[in-house]
Write a protein that binds this ligand. Sequence first.
Ligand code: N01
Length: 502
Amino acid sequence: MDFELVDHLVIGAGFAGLCAAIKLQEAGERDFVVVERGADVGGTWRDNTYPGAACDVPSQLYSFSFAPNPDWSMSFSQQPEIQAYIRKTAEASGTLDRFVFRTSVDDATWDGGAQRWIVRTSSEGATRTFAARTLISGAGGLSEPKLPDIEGIGSFGGELFHSARWDHDTDLTGKRVAVIGTGASSIQIVPAIQPQVAHLDVYQRTAPWVMPRHDRTYSSLEKAALRTVPGLQKVYREAIYWGRESYVLPFTKAPQILSPVQRIAAGNIKKGIQDPELRAAVTPDFRMGCKRILISNTYYPALDADNTELVTDRITRVTETGIVTADGTERPIDVLIVATGFHTTELPITEHITGREGHTLAAQFEEKGMSAYKGTTVPGFPNLFMLVGPNTGLGHSSMVFMIESQVAYVVDAVRTMRTHDYATVEVSERAERAFHADVQHRMQPTVWSTGGCASWYLDKHGHNTTLWPRSTFAFRALTRSFDVAAYVVTAPTRTTREVVPA
Ligand code: N01
């Protein structure tokens, strides 16, 4: 078998993988490859092209601190603009020649003898195998669409697609359309397609809290000022950052503080919907913040439109021509859009990564619960670094901030390995357990645990394995430098020429 020796193999070319590539290069690491199954950079922003797709975190913060963009057209950017930003940043970084597109990671197996990850990839039938010193996963938490397990869904005869795999060849004009789900994706899709379709059924299992969206277009003067006034963009970004950070206390320690905000969301319902029955149907029965707080000025009016019906009866099955609910009603449709979210608590990439003891990361997570030291490293998986790993998600601020923090940690780990000639670094079981216990302890008073809802933040045991229960600056402080004392390190045992498949 031919191996391609590389120092670092990065999985995924979204915000996380791209950030890793840029920062590795800046640190003088030249020998790395980024493997991406899609045809372009962008990750979730490349894949989610549904009508109305936009960010609900302000653009100034939802961008790299090292690649500020004074030209955002709006305070909350639309998907095409974010995707263009990611592409432009990738081009400007000079790292794109290290990216291998349309290539999937089939499996990555730790070879203890060679002290390398043996990574098999495939691209349209052709395979390549890399032997990498470190494996950096930027595969993301929102990459694998989750289809609802509803009886008969496979027999539906019309067009059916997931929100993250939008079928742009399907013209919705004049059609009867159903959307299943009322999460962040759905509340953007519904108002975008409602004026176009003949009839729209929105299937709601749980009503979300939806705040007004304070979006606005930046004037040319503002953009010019951001471009030319020294330090202005940084100060602006900081102000947005601290505004967002003010949510940490209510989310994590004192959810009752959110009561006035919840009243604003209740006002948004009143403003957007005239029908009292519909108002009652969309009013959540859990505390705000328990599920992601959504923002929209157009969702409620779209639900209130004459051609829309909100269906709250449980779906029992899908037929060839429609959807049947528990009350026996069948609503005929031409197109079925499932906006039912992603595999978040199982992280699909973990099924493809096999560690030191011969089991997959998925199996370890299944047995011990999904957890990683500082959201990044896992015992039994030497030289593996996860970006956007367990308990790094946010309910209030920008994931790009978390990604930059984690990447700084990983790059410092790589630097430490070079400086001290460590062949492997593996977090100790003790350090990881202590970290996990602290995270879960802090999770207890949070609104995600006490707010009275079921959410994708929680795994099947009710543990929150997805969100970070502290401030983002606390996370940044924890990841500022690589704390080698928490790791078991080994010296090189072989030369790189002696790689042998496991
Ligand atoms: O998915 P979701 P999403 N039958 O999991 C319902 C990010 N994002 O794609 O609440 C019927 O939030 C489910 O019901 P319930 C963001 O992090 C960001 O909308 O579980 N319904 C829910 O209503 C977000 O959190 C932006 O009872 C079923 C919906 O489907 C994450 O992506 C924009 C069902 C799923 O909601 C995911 O958002 C968009 C079933 N069998 C997304 N299964 C930004 O703006 C599920 N549901 C940054």
